[in-house]
Every structure is written in structure tokens, then in C-alpha cells.
Ligand binder design. Structure first.
Ligand code: C2O
Ligand code: CU
Ligand code: CU
Length: 477
């Protein structure tokens, strides 16, 4: 079975939004796709690995002419790719060389909040640093690092702060997936920007419903080309945009196979010709170019705009058939008396609310016992215009998507997720279980909605270990 649609409801695609900025074809000269380098450890001591990550300013040649002032993690733009291995104890030295406060949020990592996971309660002030450590105990997946200071996440990401994080484990390592970083296993960080005299100007482009740009910028490259040297290429796609949904397909409708979602390997490979990815989601796909010959060019598109070319070189033939079962995902135990809680995302522009409220850093909005599986019914009320998709994100765990308006979930939603796009007028049921006590954010991942206050926090508690958390206020940011 090959799926040929985007699954989501077409009437609420972002292109129907009043403030929509369409991507434009570019005349910027073609350039090799930037592949962020891997972050190297400061030291390795047995099972302990030490890294330093620095939020910094820099300059990047994005357009011809003047360089663009950009921000990045241990790099002028975006960030070095961080690789974590399951079972290893990591020590991270987080340094802020920016002129303002920031945080280091490990989106998708199963680490404790509100400090280690780097949400708004873990500020790192300019010139300062913070040290965190954790044992990585989750399966192989693609996550990311981005700032999360309240309420400046959107501007800081727009300025460039976003890095891919790759988690590896021994199970995934046995699967016949490409995993040669930069060669046949490549990050694809999807972003859109505008430039004003070659510079970013967040204020000028600001849109309360999510800031958009007309240039497709992938890994910091406009009009990039990737030289394919293997038959199969694995793309670790991250939607690192503030707002934009990407509707991906190849110019020749070339088929590809999705193998993973946010939280790791899917139970079964899913064959697709189209893929829509909402903000902050990750989708890993394998593209088999076995039907192409050297010199062929295949173009990745979003809607009808070319965004990245793949130039086929000579490769040694290697026909691989993926196993039917890739991963075993335990079904959550749901009984008729399973507890259901409700969360409502509503509004657009300055009317956005989560459960009718705006974010308050010192208010705990909900509690859940660790180890319990609770069903969350996440509703997007369709109460303004035609409504829009709100991508719902939860820190501190990976959840399973059980139903959409009581019906089946999309075919590529059978794996672990930490973001789910909720259509207008829809209720998505997810099964949520926390394993570590802490304070965790949940919010819409349209960054401007998050900054406006479409965010709340939950305490995952351990009845045997009472713990008082210090919640800072907005003034302390
Ligand atoms: Cu990717 Cu609370 O964020
Ligand atoms: Cu997150
Ligand atoms: Cu939203």
C-alpha cells in the first residue's frame, strides 16, 4: 500500500491563513546542502561523556553579498548535531554567549523538567552557564535542541538557534537503515525566512499566528543540492519552522518510506509519496534511488515550490527490503474506566488559549502520577474563521496517538510522538505516561502561539517522594 495524500484536513492547511506567506522560487545560486558537523565531546570517562554547548552569535553566508548575522549552538547558525547513545551518562556544560537570556531545551529527550529539559524555568543568563547531567534512557530517535525562554522562543529560533539531536540504541542499530552521517544519513532542518538587506528582522516579519518567510532554508542553505553517493538515503526531517507546515513530495512523485516519527522507529515501514509535517515534528524517511541513474536530479518540493535537489552520482547497487516489523510498541492498556482528561486549544492571533487560559509560569495547571497511563483528549475548537491546525506538544514523555475524532489515526502515527497536529474541530486522543517526576510544559508548537501564552504546565508526581519545585516568574527571566 502506497499512501498518496497528506492525511490532514485540507481546509485548515496554513496556506488558507490570512497572513500566509507562500514560499517562492528562488534565483539564489545553487549551493551544496550544508550538513551540520557533529558536536565532539570534551572528554569521555568510561560511561560518562562530557559536552559543551554554546549559544552564540555568528555570521553566515546565506545569500550572495553581505553575510547574515545569525545565532547558533556551537556554530554560527543552527547548531552542531549532537549524538546521544542510550545508557550513557551525559554531562552538559551549557554556555550563553548571546546578549540576552536563553534556555537549552532538549525537545523529545526523556529528561526531567523543569531544569534539565531546559524549559522556561532553566534560564542561562548572558555570560553565564549551567551544568546538567542525565542518563540517556530512551530508544533511538531524532530530537532537537532549541531555546525556550518565555516569551522569546520564537525570535531566538528565528535568529537561528536549532540543532538536531540523534539518539542511537542497539535495537535500531540492527535494522537495515542507512546510518553514515552526512553521507546516507542526513539531517533535513526545514525553515523559512525573509531577509532585509541580507539580514533577519524578526519584528518586520512578525505574525502573531506564526511568522513565515518566503525563502525555504534547509540546514541554513537556500537552493541546496545534495550529492547522492548511495542507493538509499535516510532523511531525518525536522520541521524547525516557527509556523510553516511543509507539504513534502518529490517532483516526480518518487515514493519513499517513513521509518520513524518523533519518538523513534515506527512499528512498520509506511510507503508514501506525500508527507505533511507540522512544526517541531520529526519524520525519518528512506528514499531508495535505485531507479535513477548517475546524473539524474530529483527535487524535493513543498507544495509546488522546489526546495532541495538530490543529484544522483554513481552508487553501488544494494537492494534492501525492510522487514515488515521494525519495532514492537506495546499497546497502552485502555479500559472503559481509564481516566480521561481534557485539554482545549482555542483561538487564533491574540485570542489563542490553552484550556481557556494564558500561560502563568507559577501556576501548576495539572498533576499526573508517574507510571499511570492517562488518556488526554486534546481538542482544537474551531471557533475563529475556519480555524487552523495547532501542533500540540508535551515535554517529558513520548505519547501514543490513539484516535482522531474517534476514528483511526493517520497511517504514519503508530509510533511514539511528542507533537501531534490537531485539525480544527478535532479531538485527538493520546495515551500519556510519565516515568520521571518533574514539571513539564505542554503547548502549541507554533512558536508565536507558545510565546503569546498557549502553554501550560503539569506536575508529574511520585507519591512516595514529595518534591517542591521552585518555579521562577517571568520577571526573573
Ligand atoms: Cu519544542 Cu516546549 O518545546
Ligand atoms: Cu519540547
Ligand atoms: Cu497554535
Amino acid at each position: 500500500m502506497v499512501y498518496k495524500d497528506y492525511f490532514f484536513d485540507e481546509p485548515v492547511f496554513d496556506l488558507h491563513d490570512g497572513g500566509y506567506v507562500p514560499l517562492e522560487k528562488t534565483d539564489v545560486p545553487e549551493k551544496p546542502l550544508n550538513i551540520p558537523t557533529l558536536l565532539q565531546p570534551d572528554k569521555i570517562e568510561g560511561n560518562d561523556i562530557y559536552y559543551t554547548v554554546t549559544a552564540q552569535e555568528g555570521e553566515t553566508q546565506i545569500l550572495p553579498g553581505k553575510k547574515t548575522k545569525t545565532w547558533g549552538f556551537s556554530a554560527p547558525l543552527l547548531g552542531k548535531t549532537v549524538v546521544f547513545k542510550q545508557g550513557v551518562h551525559y554531562h552538559l556544560h551549557l554556555v550563553n554567549k548571546l546578549p540576552e537570556v536563553t534556555t537549552f531545551h532538549w525537545h523529545g529527550l526523556n529528561v526531567t523538567g523543569p531544569i534539565v529539559d531546559g524549559g522556561p524555568h532553566a534560564p542561562v543568563y548572558p555570560g553565564g552557564s549551567r551544568d546538567i547531567d542525565f542518563t540517556l534512557d530512551q530508544p533511538a530517535q531524532t530530537d532537537w535542541l532549541h531555546p525556550h525562554p518565555c516569551p522569546n522562543t520564537a525570535r531566538q529560533v528565528w535568529n537561528g538557534l536549532a540543532a538536531e539531536v540523534i539518539v542511537t540504541d542497539q535495537e535500531e542499530a540492527k535494522l537495515p537503515f542507512p546510518r553514515n552521517y552526512g553521507v546516507d544519513d542526513i539531517p533535513i532542518i526545514l525553515q523559512d525566512r525573509n531577509y532585509h538587506d541580507n539580514q533577519l528582522d524578526y519584528k518586520a516579519d512578525y505574525d502573531m499566528d506564526g511568522t513565515l518567510g518566503k525563502y525555504a532554508v534547509i540546514n541554513g542553505t537556500i537552493n541546496g543540492i545534495f550529492n547522492v553517493t548511495t542507493q538509499r538515503v535516510r532523511l531525518r526531517i525536522l520541521n524547525g519552522s516557527n509556523r510553516r507546515e511543509w507539504r513534502l513530495h518529490f517532483n516526480d512523485d518518487h515514493q519513499f518510506t517513513q521509518i520513524a516519527s518523533d519518538g523513534g522507529t515506527l512499528p512498520e515501514p509506511v510507503e508514501l509519496t506525500k508527507l505533511m509535517i507540522t512544526t517541531a515534528e520529526r519524520d525519518e524517511v528512506i528514499v531508495d534511488f535505485g531507479d535513477k541513474k548517475p546524473g539524474d536530479v530529483v527535487t524535493l518540493m513543498s507544495d509546488d515550490i522546489p526546495i532541495l535537489k538530490f543529484k544522483i552520482g554513481s552508487y553501488s547497487r544494494q537492494d534492501v527490503k525492510l522487514p515488515k516489523c521494525l519495532n514492537v510498541i506495546p499497546k497502552p492498556v485502555v479500559t472503559p474506566d481509564s481516566k480521561i482528561v481534557h485539554t482545549v486549544m482555542s483561538g487564533m492571533d491574540d485570542q489563542v488559549r490553552l484550556d481557556g487560559k494564558l500561560f502563568d509560569m507559577q501556576r501548576i495547571d495539572r498533576k499526573q502520577k508517574i507510571g499511570d497511563t492517562i488518556l488526554w483528549d486534546v481538542t482544537n475548537t474551531n471557533d475563529m474563521d475556519k480555524g487552523m491546525i495547532h501542533p500540540f506538544h508535551l515535554h517529558g514523555c513520548q505519547f501514543l496517538v490513539l484516535s482522531r475524532n474517534g476514528k483511526d489515526v493517520y497511517p504514519n502515527e503508530h509510533g511514539w510522538k511528542d507533537v501531534v497536529g490537531v485539525n480544527a474541530g478535532e479531538t485527538v486522543r493520546i495515551a500519556v505516561k510519565f516515568s520521571k517526576f518533574g514539571i513539564y510544559m505542554y503547548h502549541c508548537h507554533i512558536l508565536e502561539h507558545e510565546d503569546t501564552g498557549m502553554m501550560a504546565q503539569i506536575e508529574a508526581y511520585d507519591p512516595d517522594h514529595e518534591h517542591k519545585f521552585h518555579l521562577i516568574s517571568m520577571e526573573e527571566m
